[in-house]
Design a protein around this ligand. Structure first.
Ligand code: 5GP
Length: 209
């Protein structure tokens, strides 16, 4: 059996990252061959979010204890809150041949790349600055100060786009989902993946009689 691929997916808030990952898994992981890693975070729960589904919501003390136990594959402070990826959960899924998606920021991405250079980085960008602003405003009745702060955070995250292997511009949701899926399917056809998945076939084909 092949080992799963590890995909790092980063984007500024408002680029559509979570919706794209959700749609990819719902529509194209009917065989459960893909999973998204559920991170730990110290930030407050937003309406509609469930503990254990969107995040494992923990206190700062609990988060620090997990750091000390070396429980995180990577962790970072993102705009005032701590976020981390569980080492054990990711490793088990990869071992079981499941492709794992890490929805993490550029700081986490750098740590993962250092430990696992074969991880595949995907960066998602909005189609324009105006559209990004529209999406950030559309989220609620926030003050213009809060929106300006979010825009600055988005620009800061976007400045790291060139540290990734693939760039998806989310101009149209369905088209972007197709492109996203293509990246995942192409990775499964890599020599390394195919060699691992087809050892018996390759041995049989190359046997000298
Ligand atoms: P949000 O609070 O909006 O859900 O996420 C804020 C940012 O934190 C996003 O860029 C998201 O990708 C990032 N993030 C979520 N989980 C993790 C994680 O486990 N590690 C790191 N480094 N970033 C994360």
């Amino acid at each position: 059996m092949r080992r799963g691929n590890l995909f790092i997916v980063s984007a500024p808030s408002g680029a559509g990252k979570s919706s794209l990952i959700k749609a990819l898994l719902e529509r194209h992981s009917l065989d459960n061959s893909m999973a998204v890693s559920v991170s730990h975070t110290t930030r407050a729960t937003r309406p509609g979010e469930q503990h254990g589904v969107h995040y494992h919501f923990v206190s700062v003390d609990d988060f620090k204890a997990l750091i000390n136990q070396d429980a995180f594959f990577e962790w970072a402070e993102v705009f005032g809150n701590f976020y981390g990826t569980s080492r054990l959960a990711v490793e088990q899924q990869l071992e079981n041949g499941i492709d794992v998606f890490l929805d993490i920021d550029w700081q986490g991405a750098r740590q993962v790349r250092e430990m696992m250079p074969e991880a595949i980085g995907i960066f998602i960008l909005p189609p324009s600055r105006e559209e990004l602003e529209r999406r950030l405003v559309g989220r609620g009745q926030d003050s213009s100060e809060t929106i300006a702060k979010r825009m600055n955070e988005a620009v800061s995250e976007m400045s790291h786009f060139d540290e990734y292997d693939y760039l998806l511009i989310n101009d149209d949701f369905e088209t972007t989902l197709d492109r996203f899926r293509s990246v995942v399917l192409a990775a499964r056809q890599s020599l390394d993946n195919q060699r691992q998945a087809n050892t018996t076939l390759l041995d049989a084909l190359l046997a000298v009689k």
